[in-house]
Design a protein around this ligand. Structure first.
Ligand code: UFG
Length: 327
């Protein structure tokens, strides 16, 4: 099938593209390279340098082939930043996605895989979080994802769009076969920050609070390996086509690791001291977030395979170490 991957040069997008190529699809990547990287493109895929705000370019891209589906991963994703610059998130995540959906309707692309987020749930009322958990986002980023889920619901009813909305938990790790090596620029997430500290790019890192109601006092998150996420996209696409049905599912490992556990594992694997000081809590951080992925298991037959702590950290370190050696 011809598949358009919007945001396919990014961290998650490149892993999704790799998976779809491996499954025999023809992939066209559409990306403005604002955070995506040329180095994340594969020679087997076609690249179109374009922006989701450019409606004409978007429509031209969608008409460049007869596409069976599109995957939309082009979004701003720093929850903290979204509380300071909501305009950026309204524009990129909401207006940009509306452009994509409208162009898809015009071009006749019916199947849409959308990168949603566990941020739609907000402060957990219980864990593990399943898809029936109330959706009350705590940050503007989560709101933008929920808003698009709702628009997708309407477009499903009114415009015959068939979609899979994938609620990612904490995406982490790098391709287990080492085929993707682009480092995220200015990362805001725990593992890349730990890696940058291990490499000496940062003198030390902060642990945001150790007085949470968790066994070691630091926050617990559900880290899902990016190869597992990528497989989830492919399986979700197969599902919506086979059953002619839209779905909204969590993609999480169902395991929880604390900040201290991740840091300790990174010290062990890298052999570096990784200086870290405990600072105050970060605003809006719940103590514990873990997923129930029972629905993805049941509907898609999907299960995380690479999301153990050692693989998450090792695959990251391999990429950072290689970058360190070549710079
Ligand atoms: N943390 C630190 N120090 C840092 C960075 C993070 O202690 O320098 C801690 C955070 O306080 C948190 C944990 O590490 O407890 C994970 O934080 P991240 O910023 O990596 O991730 P979040 O859990 O805040 O959010 C991530 C994505 C969101 C997504 C969410 C879903 O960034 O987009 O997972 O669970 F919605």
């Amino acid at each position: 099938m011809n598949i358009l991957i919007i945001g396919g040069a990014g961290y998650i997008g490149s892993h999704v593209t790799r998976e779809l190529l491996d499954n025999g699809h023809n992939c066209v990547v559409y990306d403005n390279l604002s955070s995506g990287l040329r180095g994340n493109l594969f020679k087997e895929s076609v690249f179109i340098h374009g922006d989701i705000h450019d409606r004409e370019a978007l429509l031209n891209a969608m008409k460049s082939e007869k596409f069976g589906a599109l995957v939309h991963l082009a979004a701003s994703k720093a929850a903290g930043e979204s509380m300071i610059y909501p305009e950026k998130y309204s524009s990129n995540n909401i207006a940009g996605t509306i452009n994509i959906l409208n162009a898809a309707c015009t071009a006749g692309i019916r199947n849409v895989i959308f990168s949603s987020s566990a941020a739609v749930y907000g402060e957990p009322q219980y864990t593990p979080i399943d898809e029936n958990h109330p959706v009350i986002p705590e940050n503007f980023y989560g709101f933008t994802k929920l808003e698009i889920e709702r628009i997708l619901g309407w477009y499903g009813r009114l415009k015959n769009i068939r979609y899979a909305s994938l609620r990612y938990f904490n995406a982490a790790g790098y391709d287990v076969k080492g085929r993707i090596r682009g480092l995220e620029q200015n990362p805001a997430n725990l593992l890349p920050i730990i890696m940058e500290t291990a490499c000496g790019y940062r003198a030390e890192m902060s642990v945001f609070g150790n007085d949470y109601d968790t066994p070691d006092g630091t926050c617990i998150r559900d880290y899902i390996h990016v190869n597992d996420l990528a497989v989830g996209h492919s399986m979700a696409l197969d599902y919506i086509i086979k059953y002619d049905k839209s779905i909204t599912v969590n993609l999480g490992s169902e395991n929880g690791f604390s900040v201290t556990q991740v840091l300790e594992e990174a010290r062990k694997i890298t052999g570096k001291a990784i200086p870290a000081k405990v600072t105050g809590r970060r605003n809006g951080d719940p103590a514990k977030l873990t997923a129930s992925s029972a629905l993805a298991r049941e509907l898609l037959g999907w299960k995380a395979k690479h999301s153990d702590l050692e693989t998450l950290v090792k695959t990251c370190w391999n990429v950072y170490l290689r970058n360190l050696e070549v710079t």
